[in-house]
Design a protein around this ligand. Structure first.
Ligand SMILES: *Cc1c(COP(=O)(O)O)cnc(C)c1O
Length: 413
């Protein structure tokens, strides 16, 4: 079934001047990818807030259901607004297919559950967003799937774990919140030799900085809630792949029949969010670097964890696979542990305390007592989540105001 609106008999448009072109540069694709104007020739993308669709006759309905005609039948299957979002994001990730989901966790869960069964083996990086950790360590084992977690940055352990066959490999890079970098090409190679598909959670890097499929991954998952919306409004997610068997035989039937679909309203917000993704992410990265440099070596700061600083243990790898940028997330390890971290957070006057990230507003949180509270102290330590760790999501404010705020808050610690 094609997802190009220009060849879609459902849309009946004669007015197309634009087509989705793979040759566009990313900033053009962000603004125009998937654009599917209605007969009204609106400037902005139309919002098709409709659960269902109608047919001119019974034969047309029959042909839609047997797959002869690629028309919209029901928004759990496919929706024109979400199709625009999917095509736009697919161009950015260099993927033939993209499937929108209701949230990042819906994307992670569907990408894993659609392809594993009892007796299968999954290998994953240990440093994970806490709900990804739950799906892997609590949910999958209930269905007879064995999961092995490995230290994200240790290729020797990846090699040993993937010396045995596996169904899939899951990783985040950079990881949340420890900002560890996984060598995606190296792990992709090991995964393929083990017969596994590699799934990369690209929420932190975004396709502006990192395109995992080009680095060897088979599947990319996104929390669109973060940088793709970028303004803290809607939840959403996406699964992209260049593996047609995975998409057609495993993912699509799973998504259509279980229904973790994106609301078209949220899909419209995400589509408009993509238009400014490159500008926002690059500005946020520049501010994150300025902040990291300003904080590195300050009294009370035991370490600044930022892949863009030469002192990060995987700096060279990060620069090579993230377009020379360190990203817009950083973490401060405060020497005084949890009391220092709390005094620091309570001393912030501009930056908000929030567990969300990727917003235009800068946000700070204490992972050990919020997002990653569920993990045991041992598991927190294994993921580098120290009691003094504060995660900063750098927003779009002037970096001088951010540095001033963090500096005055540090002085109160
Ligand atoms: C937030 C996040 C998710 C989950 O996304 P939701 O949209 O909140 O469901 C998954 N992975 C990473 C790395 C995240 O930061």
């Amino acid at each position: 079934m094609t997802s190009d609106p220009n060849t879609d008999p459902q849309t009946h448009r004669q007015t197309h001047r634009q087509t989705t072109r793979a040759a566009w540069h990313p900033r053009t694709a962000m603004v125009r990818g998937g654009l599917d104007r209605s007969a009204h020739m609106e400037t902005a993308e139309a919002l098709y807030l409709s659960s269902g669709f109608v047919y001119p006759d019974a034969e047309a309905a029959r042909r839609a259901f047997d797959g002869t005609d690629a028309r919209f039948v029901y928004s759990r299957f496919r929706n024109p607004t979400n199709a625009t979002f999917e095509q736009r994001l697919a161009l950015l990730e260099g993927a033939p297919v993209c499937r929108a989901t209701a949230s990042g966790m819906a994307a992670v869960t569907a990408a894993l559950l659609c392809q594993v069964g009892a007796g299968d083996r999954v290998v994953a990086a240990r440093s994970l967003f806490v709900s990804c950790h739950w799906v892997l360590t609590e949910l999958l084992p209930r269905y007879g799937v064995t999961v092995e977690l490995v230290p994200a940055a240790d290729l020797d352990v990846w090699r040993a774990a993937l010396a045995r066959p596996a169904t899939c490999v899951f990783l985040e890079s950079p990881s949340n919140p420890g900002l560890e970098i996984v060598d995606i090409p190296a792990v992709a190679d090991l995964a393929h030799r083990a017969g596994a598909r590699l799934i990369v959670d690209n929420a932190f890097a975004t396709p502006v900085l990192q395109r995992p499929l080009a680095l060897g991954a088979d599947i990319v998952v996104h929390s669109a809630t973060k940088y793709i919306d970028g303004q803290g409004r809607c939840l959403g997610g996406a699964i992209l792949s260049n593996d047609a068997v995975f998409d057609e035989e495993l993912l699509l039937p799973f998504l259509r029949n279980t229904g973790p679909c994106l609301s078209p309203f949220n899909g419209w917000v995400m589509t408009k969010g993509l238009e400014t993704l490159d500008l926002r992410v690059r500005a946020q990265c520049a501010s994150a670097l300025a902040l990291a440099e300003a904080l590195d070596g300050r009294p009370g700061v035991a370490a600044v964890r930022y892949p863009g600083l030469p002192g990060h243990p995987q700096h060279a790898l990060a620069m090579a696979q993230m377009d020379g940028c360190g990203g817009a997330m950083l973490a401060l390890d405060l020497a005084g542990g949890q009391p220092a971290a709390f005094r620091f957070l309570d001393g912030l006057r501009l930056i908000d305390i929030s567990n969300n990230l990727g917003d235009a507003k800068s946000l700070a949180c204490h992972p050990a007592t919020t997002t990653h509270q569920r993990l045991s102290p041992d598991e927190q330590a294994a993921q580098g989540i120290t009691p003094g760790l504060v995660r900063l999501s750098v927003g779009l404010e002037d970096h001088r105001d951010l540095i001033a705020d963090v500096t005055q808050a540090l002085a109160r610690v």
